[in-house]
Design a protein around this ligand. Structure first.
Ligand code: ADP
Length: 380
């Protein structure tokens, strides 16, 4: 990433500790998360206002609740810098009790329905949605969905009121990392014309690694996922005997909720040769699953964008999403049709080009708008 500067917030009390940035080693949210992520937003807002004499941005662009307060701090300072806030997942809101507000060093008036207040507490996500000049989500469909009560997570009213500022820009995939033609994490690279070669090799290696039976003529199902209710894998567990009875085999890499981890470990023990599970986070194995699987399972209850199915398409693993049940096994039996669909999938372009142009247009629009506003102020 030559030419891209990165600033690190150095505060050991928040960052130099075991566990993840969000939770302690037992999976409990850190009790100081509101201060932790307020600091992130505060540092961004300070940079946006010229804290570094060497570099000053034209636009502040914050992502998800973790960075939501950056826009509030900017507004509190009366800064003219335009801001963009992107929602990757509205379900994660950064909600804290009202008492946390006192720690945020925001003007008292900001604890209001026209501000960060949300159902008696405060929401970092709402701050971003309220204070940013422009809002985006990671797909056009999701931008529409979150304006409805069913997907709005309590924020659909605010989102509808900001509909003019809200657009969806579909996430992209980095082809330098996710291309079966030059993926060094695979046993053999492959392209559109060589799916029987490299993809078949990956399947063999994957089957060996996860001790799965070789079952020619039946598709291998794969999944790389957070194990959370959003992702819908409890729906698969609930119908597991049918899945196995219809010839299903599963290679799953994931981590998350303890009951889902236990459920899939139990399934692996109950169906040796048919279910291979790795609990954890493993970048290399995630590539092997995309390459080795015929079908990638995406039973999500809702999906803002879903990178996993974009990777799957590139690797010729067809995404099977909720509500389309037994389709895959029947289609797989018809090799010619399967190959045709697979090649179609692999030739889709989900690289960042289109998204980059849309973000550029958004930024340019904001900067132009600011210049026009400044000129108007001078004339007034
Ligand atoms: P979400 O952001 O909701 O978790 P996405 O599919 O949009 O879902 O993005 C998740 C990303 O994380 C994908 O790139 C997926 O491959 C990756 N991922 C999820 N779980 C794992 C895991 N256990 N090991 C490796 N990569 C993972």
């Amino acid at each position: 990433m030559s030419g891209v500067g990165v600033y690190l917030v150095d505060h050991p009390a928040f960052y130099d500790r075991p566990g993840s940035p969000y939770a302690d080693p037992d999976g409990r949210d850190w009790p100081d998360n509101h201060r932790h992520f307020a600091l992130l937003g505060w540092a961004a807002a300070a940079l946006a206002q010229g804290a570094d004499p060497e570099w000053r941005p034209d636009i502040l662009h914050a992502h998800d609740w973790h960075a939501g307060l950056a826009t509030a701090y900017l507004s509190a300072a009366g800064a003219a810098l335009p801001s963009v806030f992107t929602v990757h997942n509205l379900a994660y809101q950064g909600f804290f009790p009202a008492a946390a507000f006192a720690d945020l060093a925001l003007p008292p008036g900001f604890f209001s329905i026209d501000g960060v207040e949300f159902y008696g507490g405060l929401s970092f996500l709402k701050a971003g949605l309220f204070y940013a000049d422009q809002l985006t989500t990671v797909s056009p469909t999701y931008a529409r969905e979150i304006q409805t009560p069913a997907f709005g997570a309590g924020l659909d009213g605010l989102l509808r009121s900001r509909a003019d500022a809200l657009t969806g820009i579909l996430n992209g995939v980095d082809p330098a990392i996710w291309s079966p033609e030059n993926d060094t994490l695979l046993p053999h690279q492959y392209g559109l014309d060589d799916t029987e070669g490299g993809k078949a090799q990956a399947k063999k290696v994957l089957q060996r690694r996860l001790a799965l039976d070789d079952m020619p003529g039946l598709p291998l199902f794969g999944a790389v996922t957070r194990l959370s209710p959003q992702k819908g894998f409890d729906l698969l567990l609930a119908t597991f005997p049918e899945f196995i009875a219809s010839g299903g085999r599963l290679a799953l890499l994931g981590s998350g909720d303890a009951d889902l981890e236990t459920g899939f470990a139990a399934a692996a023990a109950a169906y040796p040769g048919r279910v291979g599970i790795v609990i954890g986070y493993d970048e290399a194995l995630s590539h092997l699953i995309m390459a080795g699987a015929d079908v990638i399972l995406v039973p999500s209850r809702f999906e803002p964008c879903g990178l996993t199915q974009l990777y799957a398409l590139r690797y010729g693993a067809l995404p099977l999403v909720r509500r389309t049940g037994g389709l895959a096994v029947a289609l797989y039996a018809d090799r010619a049709s399967w190959q045709r669909v697979m090649r179609e999938a692999m030739s889709q372009d989900f690289s960042w080009g289109a998204a980059a142009r849309q973000y550029q247009a958004l930024y340019t629009g904001l900067a132009t708008h600011r210049a026009a506003a400044a000129q108007q102020r001078r004339l007034a």
